[in-house]
Design a protein around this ligand. Sequence first.
Ligand SMILES: Cc1cc2nc3c(=O)[nH]c(=O)nc-3n(C[C@H](O)[C@H](O)[C@H](O)COP(=O)(O)OP(=O)(O)OC[C@H]3O[C@@H](n4cnc5c(N)ncnc54)[C@H](O)[C@@H]3O)c2cc1C
Ligand code: SF4
Length: 332
Amino acid sequence: MADPRGFLRTRDRELPESRPVPLRLQDWREVHEHRVGDSPYLTRQAGRCMDCGIPFCHQGCPLGNLIPEWNDLVWRGQWEEAIERLHATNNFPEFTGRICPAPCENSCVLGINQPPVTIKNIEVSIIDEAWERGLVHPVVPDRLTDSTVAVVGSGPAGLAVAQQLTRAGHTVVVFEKDDAIGGLLRYGVPDFKLEKAHIDRRVAQMEAEGTRFRTGVTVGEDPTWDELRARFDAVVIAIGASLPRSLRVEGRALPGVVNAMTYLSQSNAVVAGRTVADQITATDKDVIIIGGGDTGSDCLGTALRQGARSVTTLAIGYQPPVERPQDQPWPT
Ligand SMILES: Cc1cc2nc3c(=O)[nH]c(=O)nc-3n(C[C@H](O)[C@H](O)[C@H](O)COP(=O)(O)OP(=O)(O)OC[C@H]3O[C@@H](n4cnc5c(N)ncnc54)[C@H](O)[C@@H]3O)c2cc1C
Ligand code: SF4
């Protein structure tokens, strides 16, 4: 356990400041400052972890991240060991540490009567610090198997499976129909949530490990699925879910009503320096966003940065409370 009295001494969450709104509306850089290194408050926050006998944070994390272990290592300033434990369950903590909704924090036992440990910020601090200190290296397999694998789709699922299979010694080729690797991380999530340099750095590490990437290849057209199956020992399908769900309401077909991903992918491409003919942009427009989830909020941030005159979000549910409501005590 990091600090036996840490959770008694520090009862509040401490997080790095977000960049001021007027400043961040001027650019596409990330909203949150992340890298905090050996800052006293990071140590304090890691020290709040109680190393619970039954760590409910594990139950909350879909990856099974070993959260109390790396909290302890951060508190001790052992960054090399911390990144080793974080990478043990998570190929890309720089992605999850930025954009995962962090169900681990809702599950943290401290939530019984305190705000939870700042698990997500500790996670992203470990990986950012590890890159900064040169602790992230290509992991090249000791020997190659004779097996070849095609991974179709280069979103986080395809990338994670490709990295694991390459490290196991298989010869892995990732096929991607877009012009760049990353899936929705590249062309869905805007830069103000995840700057694309994080993807490029990982892809470079994976290339150094031996994973091969082919962009601009739509499997099912050229090559066909049968051709791919004939050429590789195994095929992994990680093509995501790119079909939008339409609304059957009057006016759906009017001009100016567009799907979020059409709008966002164009914006991300332009932010990356590409030219998009007839780009849909919110500049000087009154914008209505239907849906208040991650995608809706990404449209909101994008429209504001493009200089929309006004933006209104319509959501079907009730506005959730900012704090855990009284009638939903931990762990509900
Ligand atoms: C706007 C938006 C914001 C989001 N924000 C968040 C967030 O903040 N936090 C969070 O946790 N999740 C978020 N998500 C969800 C998250 O992005 C997805 O859950 C995740 O990307 C799914 O990963 P994947 O690898 O399964 O698929 P994808 O990321 O969709 O990748 C699939 C890839 O397969 C490629 N492909 C498809 N068919 C073929 C083919 N035939 N041949 C070759 N390539 C093909 C596609 O081009 C794509 O690159 C967001 C999603 C969107 C749309
Ligand atoms: S539930 Fe919270 S306090 Fe307990 S081990 Fe996990 S992070 Fe630490």
